[in-house]
Design a protein around this ligand. Structure first.
Ligand SMILES: [Zn+2]
Length: 242
């Protein structure tokens, strides 16, 4: 049974064919799906293990693993390529890569300088630099007088702080079997039923499944190989177990 710390998907299944028509999910699952797009491909291969990959990049990854360090430029390390650093550890609790927080730019404030002007008067020469001591274009004196930089107000930033990930949280999302995603509001279930030729709702079955680390990795792997990812991960696997 799905444990509490797993993300939840409500699958709508066509009973006879045992195919997932679509799934209803919240923000967390969609964030997870989108975070897959942000993963460095080296991390992807590492996560799904190169042996179980059907494509040939797994072989590339393996060759690099095997390659003697003497073949690499001195400023390159294998581990850097095999374990790209922009990835975040995948754990059951945080399947999501944190959306870029701009933490790197926060706190780092550039200093700006201008020339001392003409003697004691406060007349400046409309030149400013972030390189202390650079020559003023007008008087050629070194620009050493620090000026205050007033940054743009950061209202939106504060608003955003509550929400992490990629998408808004208030919406329910429809995830199709091929992992295309849309907000529930833009497409009605009836439209979808028509598209799938469903005339009798009794042929459908609802099932809530959990998305934890094992399923997340299965999903990542299936997404590179199949167009019926939800069916493959949540139904086919189930049958094998039963
Ligand atoms: Zn000047």
């Amino acid at each position: 049974m799905a444990s509490n710390n797993k993300l939840k998907l409500k699958l709508l299944i066509e009973k006879k064919s045992q195919k997932v028509l679509f799934a209803e999910t919240g923000k967390d699952v969609v964030d997870f799906l989108f975070s897959l797009l942000a993963m460095p491909i080296g991390t992807v291969i590492k996560l799904i293990t190169k042996e179980s990959m059907t494509g040939c990049l797994g072989a590339t990854y393996g060759s690099l693993e095997q390659l003697d360090n003497t073949f690499l430029l001195s400023n390159q390390t294998k581990s850097h390529l095999l374990n790209p650093t922009t990835s975040t550890a995948v754990s059951t609790n945080s399947l999501l890569l944190s959306a870029s927080d701009d933490a790197s730019s926060g706190g780092k404030i550039n200093k700006y300088y201008t020339c001392p002007g003409n003697g004691s008067s406060l007349e400046f020469h409309n030149c400013v630099t972030d390189a202390y001591g650079a020559a003023c274009l007008v008087c050629l004196k070194g620009m050493i007088k620090q000026v205050e930089f007033v940054a743009r107000p950061t209202v939106n930033r504060e608003e955003d702080k509550g929400e992490r990930g990629f998408v808004k949280g208030v919406v329910t999302y429809t995830v199709m079997d091929d992992l295309s995603v849309m907000p529930m509001s833009t497409i009605s279930s009836i439209t979808l039923f028509n598209r799938f030729g469903i005339k009798d709702l009794s042929t459908l079955q609802e099932k809530t499944v959990g998305l934890g680390l094992p399923e997340g990795l299965e999903l990542l792997k299936a997404s590179l190989q199949s167009n019926n990812v939800l069916t493959d991960v949540f139904l086919t696997k189930e049958e094998v177990r039963a």
